[in-house]
Design a protein around this ligand. Structure first.
Ligand code: ZN
Length: 146
């Protein structure tokens, strides 16, 4: 039985869920894959897929994969291990952030003694036309918690 995302709240312009403590990501089951959960549908996201995953100590993803039109950003939340993109392998640890371009064949493995917990954002490469403050504006809204 897979752990389930918990709805926190939702409104006209948002959905909020709790994926649980990073140490419990291993309790999610997706088909044959243990320790993986996708959030796009739970969040109603339309431009980004977000997933969390964990590789137990000494485990590697059993395949390399690549995307046709999406880029991915991996964010290591805890632990350490190695990542390989195409022919290049490199160490990753908590705080590491890696972008993989479409067509890049990637794989991830945890260190022999440490699980590797990570988030992965997936979005269409080249879709971002404005960002940060260029896309933001101050909104006239009062804080409900006051
Ligand atoms: Zn992918």
């Amino acid at each position: 039985m897979s752990k389930q995302l918990q709805s926190i709240s939702q409104g006209k312009n948002f959905k909020a869920v709790n994926a649980g403590p990073w140490g419990e990501i291993g309790q999610y089951v997706l088909g044959e894959m243990k320790g993986k959960v996708f959030l796009k549908d739970a969040l109603g996201a339309t431009g980004t897929e977000l997933s969390f995953g964990v590789l137990p100590a000494g485990v590697e993803v059993p395949f390399f994969h690549k995307h046709k039109q999406n880029e991915e950003i991996y964010i290591v939340l805890s632990g350490k291990g190695e990542m390989q993109v195409d022919e290049q392998a490199f160490d990753v640890c908590e705080g590491s952030v890696v972008r993989v371009a479409p067509g890049g064949a990637s794989c991830l493995k945890s260190a022999a003694d440490t699980p590797l917990t990570y988030a992965c954002l997936q979005m269409k490469a080249g879709s971002l036309t404005q960002w940060a403050m260029a896309d933001a504006e101050i909104a006239e809204q009062k804080a409900a918690w006051k």
